[in-house]
Design a protein around this ligand. Structure first.
Ligand code: 5GP
Length: 182
């Protein structure tokens, strides 16, 4: 049963940290089984930074040490509703040409962010782009908007914690929680 972060001082998480940690181990197994040894990992900032940090260490335990870089994409501003337009605020620095790339993001909702990242990295010469998201919010999407690896399903609510914010707050919560509308 989830609690809402701004209702109570110590909210009960939607996904507690021990459940997240256990899922990352199995997610790393799935990635190790399907990705080549020499892939590049591109994390989408800012929301995925905690997830990416834990995931790359889970991958290291599977002897996978991808080159790691970041892209900053924005569509939300400070609110809880997407603007519908994805903007590239920071591009990757590593060369992705001729490489398999794993894009890591926090949440898959409409799929616009992932579709933008996939298209951008393929245009920069990546041979294949696979996608790993911590949370998947909706089900009915075009194929280029699906993720290859999903941590958890997510209810249709605005969630925070474990790197995810609302107006720059709550990123440091060690668990995932639902933000109250009040
Ligand atoms: P999409 O482009 O798939 O509609 O939205 C994905 C992006 O929107 C995510 O990378 C994330 O930054 C943001 N987002 C979507 N839903 C939520 C949410 O519930 N909480 C937070 N903090 N960000 C969200």
């Amino acid at each position: 049963m989830s609690k809402r972060v701004n209702d109570v001082a110590h909210p009960e998480p939607l996904y507690p940290s021990d459940v997240i940690a256990a899922r990352l181990e199995t997610l790393a197994d799935e990635i190790a089984a399907r990705m080549s040894k020499d892939f590049a990992l591109v994390a989408i900032l800012k929301g995925s930074f905690v997830f990416a940090a834990d995931l790359i260490r889970a991958l290291a335990a599977h002897r996978l040490n991808p080159d790691v870089d970041f892209m900053t994409l924005a569509s939300y501003g400070a609110g809880t509703v997407s603007s519908g337009t994805v903007r590239l605020l920071r591009d990757v620095e590593i060369a992705v040409e001729g490489r398999e790339v794993l894009v890591v993001d926090d949440i898959l909702d409409s799929g616009r962010t992932i579709a933008y990242a996939r298209h951008h990295l393929l245009e920069r010469g990546a041979t294949a782009v696979r996608v790993c998201v911590l949370l998947d919010k909706t089900a009915d999407r075009e194929p280029q908007k699906h993720a290859d690896f999903v941590g958890f399903s997510c209810p249709p609510a605005f969630v925070v914690g474990y790197g995810m914010d609302h107006a720059h707050k709550f990123r440091g919560l060690p668990f995932i929680a639902i933000l109250s509308e009040e």
